[in-house]
Design a protein around this ligand. Structure first.
Ligand code: ATP
Length: 346
């Protein structure tokens, strides 16, 4: 059992607060992705869990044991970094064996673990090569194999695929997901790439300015953002937002249309995903600014009420720059946000 509990963890660098009271529980064998823009504190949180950085406040528990006072090697954690840190002068075999030799594991155990993890990562035919002679993707696999060979309770990965080209990234992503599920390891994976996060995670913890704004399944984060930031960060293109002026109890004026919303004491904000708008009568008056065919769909950037408003429509529908459209939101997909707190209103 390697449930990870992060309790009230804060980190200050001098006067700057990089993490504010972060609470997060990661279930045994869960694949948790920390997602957020550059500087939001993802790496700092990962380094605190690994023991490479000391928190200013809070506790870390793994498998029912408080570990935040332990040195990194006693935490039962393996890490894979962005730069993989594979030794070029060692063979693949010796790279994977490295940590096991440090632990003074008997040769028989080292050999069986190296071969097993190499097979898992599909690099068994490369074991005698020097790592300096490998491609980026192969080196990346060696780094992951080396971490897995330690049979850690927890594996921490900091943007491990960031140096790979797009195709290799896609391949490694799928493999990583399968391999980690098979190894029954609890994983925390840091990325700023939302597609990677959506595709890998059991749950995503969305971070913003040193806080976790939402921790939920990829679908939940996408469909029901807990805060405006999540809706504006996740999704390409992101959610559209429009001011919603209160005109009655649960009635709001949005871009000239009266819509039924939640009960609120004042004006709120309307939000919707670009694929949740339809062209039809009685909708928002939109002027087409840019048309981008994407194959199956067309991304149309319009102007609604003087604001940029993007919609994704079927590529069979023909629209061109300058067209006037009437855009109707799918009622069940509308979300509302409090403009003061930026939290969602249900
Ligand atoms: P990136 O994706 O760019 O790596 P991140 O979300 O991982 O970003 P962190 O590396 O965790 O961000 O950094 C969070 C904040 O803490 C940043 O503003 C960073 O400048 C600051 N920070 C990190 N390490 C230190 C340090 N040793 N001293 C001072 N400030 C630091």
């Amino acid at each position: 059992m390697a449930e990870i509990i992060i309790k009230g963890v804060a980190k200050r660098f001098g006067a700057f607060t990089a993490l504010h009271q972060v609470d997060l529980t990661i279930a045994d064998q869960e694949f948790m992705v920390l997602l957020g823009a550059s500087g939001c504190g993802k790496t700092t949180l990962l380094r605190i869990i690994a023991g490479l950085e000391t928190q200013s406040e809070g506790e870390i528990w793994i498998g029912g044991r408080r570990i935040d006072h332990l040195p990194p090697r006693k935490r039962g954690i393996a890490m894979v970094f962005q730069n993989y840190a594979v030794f070029p002068h060692l063979t693949v075999y010796e790279n994977i064996a490295f940590g096991l030799r440090m632990q003074k594991q008997p040769q028989g155990e080292v050999d069986s673990r190296v071969r097993r993890t190499a097979e898992l990562m599909h690099i068994e035919q490369l074991l005698q090569r020097y790592s300096g002679q490998l491609s980026g993707g192969q080196r990346q696999r060696v780094a992951v194999a080396r971490a897995l060979a330690m049979e850690p309770d927890v594996i921490l990965m900091d943007e491990p695929l960031s140096n790979l080209d797009a195709l290799l990234r896609l391949e490694m992503r799928a493999e990583l997901k399968g391999v980690l599920a098979a190894s029954k390891t609890t994983a925390i994976y840091v990325t700023h790439d939302q597609v990677e996060a959506m595709s890998l995670a059991d749950r995503i913890a969305v971070m913003h300015q040193g806080r976790i704004v939402q921790a939920a399944s990829p679908v939940e984060v996408y469909r029901n953002p807990a805060a405006r930031f999540v809706g504006s960060f996740i999704g390409n293109p992101p959610m559209n937002f429009l001011p919603a002026k209160k005109v009655g109890d649960g009635q709001f004026m949005v871009a000239g249309q009266t819509l039924t919303g939640p009960s609120a004491s004042g004006d709120i904000e309307f939000a919707i995903r670009p694929e949740d708008m339809e062209i039809g009568p009685g909708g928002f008056a939109a002027t087409v600014r840019v048309v981008e065919p994407l194959g199956a769909h067309t991304l149309v950037t319009t102007e609604v009420d003087g604001r940029v408003f993007r919609v994704v429509i079927d590529s069979n529908i023909e629209v061109k720059t300058g067209d006037s459209l009437s855009l109707v939101p799918r009622a069940e997909r509308i979300r509302w946000f409090d403009p003061q707190t930026t939290s969602s209103i249900r």
